[in-house]
Design a protein around this ligand. Structure first.
Ligand code: SF4
Length: 374
């Protein structure tokens, strides 16, 4: 079992400051000079930071910056958060590829399925991922949610009895302080038809110190409550991130992981296997891996779907079944699972299936099984 990485705390920062999430938020990196304390930004990166500032915010927590390998210009942590000029060169990318605006009955609620919604409760994150699906709104002031706008969303859920599952997302709902988050969860929990509350948060990855014991106590008072987080690479599975996930699971919160398949980050069978097995050791269930969307400024991240299918086919039979996430393409009509076709077809009263190693198996499976004799 490989050792987990640890964040690199600068000698001049006291341990209690480093592990204080509000210290981390106050000391976030916002320009090339700040980034220079952690890595030597390339000319392309420096120019991209300046050129892209008005398109999508550049912000990184010191914790996450410390996971970057300063010796590796292709570091997969760096690639996720440091702008590159390639973002200016993506003729195919769209601002809202899932047509979320058209699926929004009230501000920041996205309803694609009859019984569940994504409620984008804020527009802030601890850092900004260059491939973010919601880059049209995260960090943009007009998408911030005032309390009365959150209340309008809660009222809509209360008046819509089909909704049994509410995902709080954003931005990142854990950017709220405990008081605001508690009010929001309590308001939703008081709605009788809301069975499940879910939080979609990347803070266990980008700012694990936010997952305090007090936060876990608060969340555990609203069960059944699930958390989905977003690790993309084994380098992110640090001691601190593992401790944050451990605090959540000990509070009785099932934790799942949703990655995005990203070129140069995790588009490799061995990297994906190491990531998924590392998550399972942290008691985090690999849940989904998303195909990167046709999103503006992200052409350099996209991987052909056929290649994605190969990566997950390579995992089948070679690790625990529950360590293999479902590879999906999100569409305006909902998520579509993408998989190698293991069911080859019917031949008479048999179906032919393909095992993980390519061997074919013929399984008797009559269309009209005979009635048992009485
Ligand atoms: S944490 Fe999530 S919502 Fe925030 S920028 Fe990254 S991908 Fe987007």
């Amino acid at each position: 079992m490989s050792e987990r990485p640890r964040s690199r705390r600068p000698a001049e920062v006291a341990p209690e400051e480093w592990s204080d999430w509000s210290w981390q938020m106050r000391h976030r990196i916002r320009d090339a000079a700040g980034l220079g304390a952690w890595i030597d930004p390339s000319d392309d990166e420096r120019r991209a930071i300046d050129a892209l500032g008005d398109r999508f915010r550049f912000v990184i927590t010191p914790y996450y910056a410390s996971l970057m390998d300063p010796e590796d210009p292709a570091c997969p942590v760096r690639r996720q958060v440091v702008p590159r000029l390639a973002e200016l060169d993506d003729a195919a990318g769209l601002a809202d590829p899932l047509d979320e605006v058209a699926h929004s009955p009230v501000k920041n609620i996205v309803r694609v399925y009859p019984d569940r919604i994504a409620f984008c409760v804020n527009n802030e994150c601890a850092l900004y991922c260059r491939y973010c699906l919601r880059k049209r709104m995260v960090g943009e002031p007009e998408w911030a949610m005032k309390k009365r706008e959150l209340q309008a969303g809660i009222d809509w859920v209360r008046e819509t009895p089909e909704i049994r599952d509410v995902l709080l997302t954003g931005g990142d709902p854990l950017i709220f302080n405990d008081e605001r988050l508690g009010w929001l969860l309590e308001s939703l929990r008081s709605i009788p038809h809301v069975e499940i509350l879910r939080l979609g948060t990347r803070l266990p990855v980008t700012l694990p110190f936010r997952v305090t014991p007090a936060l876990c106590d608060l969340l555990s008072s609203f069960h059944p409550l699930w958390v989905n987080t977003h690790f993309n690479h084994p380098k992110e599975l640090s001691e601190e991130a593992a401790a944050a996930c451990d605090r959540l699971t000990r509070a009785g919160i099932p934790v799942g992981n949703q990655s995005v398949l990203l070129r140069g980050v995790n588009d490799d069978e061995r990297v994906m296997k190491t990531l998924c097995e590392g998550l399972v050791r942290m008691r985090v269930r690999p849940y989904y891996v998303y195909q990167a969307q046709l999103l503006e400024g992200t052409g350099h991240f996209r991987v052909p779907i056929e290649r994605g299918v190969e990566i997950f086919r390579a995992l089948r039979g070679r690790t625990s079944g529950f360590a293999i996430p479902t590879y999906v393409l999100d569409t305006p009509y909902g998520k579509v699972p993408l998989s190698h076709p293991y069911l080859k077809g019917r031949e008479g009263d048999d179906v032919v299936v393909e095992a993980y190693d390519g061997r074919l198996w013929r399984e008797p499976n009559p269309l009209d099984p005979p009635e048992p004799a009485s």
